[in-house]
Design a binder for this molecule. Sequence first.
Ligand SMILES: O[C@H]1[C@H](O)[C@@H](O)[C@H](O)[C@@H](O)[C@H]1O
Ligand SMILES: [Fe+2]
Ligand SMILES: [Fe+2]
Length: 305
Amino acid sequence: MTILIDQPQFGVEAVANKVDNVGEKGLVLDGGFKVPETNSFGHTFRDYHVESERQQGVENFYRTNHIYQTYDFVKKMREEYGKLNKVEMSIWECCELLNDVVDESDPDLDEPQIEHLLQTAEAIRKDYPNEDWLHLTGLIHDLGKVLLHPSFGGLPQWAVVGDTYPVGCAFDKSIVHHKHFEENPDYHNSAYNTKYGVYSEGCGLNNVLMSWGHDDYMYLVAKENGTTLPSPGLFIIRYHSFYALHKSEAYKHLMNEEDVENLKWLHIFNKYDLYSKSKVRVDVEKVKPYYLSLIEKYFPAKLRW
Ligand SMILES: O[C@H]1[C@H](O)[C@@H](O)[C@H](O)[C@@H](O)[C@H]1O
Ligand SMILES: [Fe+2]
Ligand SMILES: [Fe+2]
């Protein structure tokens, strides 16, 4: 039985009200979303080693990503993009810009990004009808990929997409294609290559520099433009690509209590983000009015990017 939650709840209780079942065809969420066994290329999701039409390109992507994402690089990018002086536009205009963007890091998807945004948001909406903040989080979580666009500086893919991880401490073994970190100068720097590096136990993820990309950028955009999304929404946007944490449980020693609470929502979100990727298209015009109303509720009409 599905228990609907009347009031938006942002804590453990809301999570506990949604129970996962393991059905014949894999994991079934109470609300009805079925986790498919394979992606649209016929492989299991997030298999970075299986021979497929995307494998080589994805590995090349991670090699470059792992070589160039250093502590210094991330600091510079955060400073530069934190100025939010590139473009002024609405959330929906930004969604439309993503029409042309295909993500080279993703073994499971070769559709334009706008499809993925709507697929994620609509899948969440079916199972969590009352959590409108989570629908909107689904819609905007990958908007930071506009960094690839010429008007945002046209950053290379390795500085925008792919899984993220902390810099300034050791790269965990669970990170996809870990071996390529051997070519990253930080890997050989004793200030940055220990378990804690420049951080300390329980310091909170907010104090940890993450590899630069669409997550942290979109978090900065949302926060600095005064969004009223709740804390778990911002956390999801900021850490949804941090698979080493939310899937492999690495780096837990850096979390504080608020991170632990927010992580519960990220786990829920991740199922929809990952497993809603398919060739089934969402009718954009049909759902647009609903998402415009959410954007109006949680964001100003124009944002600084
Ligand atoms: O390839 C994907 C893609 O770039 C996603 O947007 C990101 O969130 C994932 O972590 C990554 O693995
Ligand atoms: Fe993403
Ligand atoms: Fe995504």
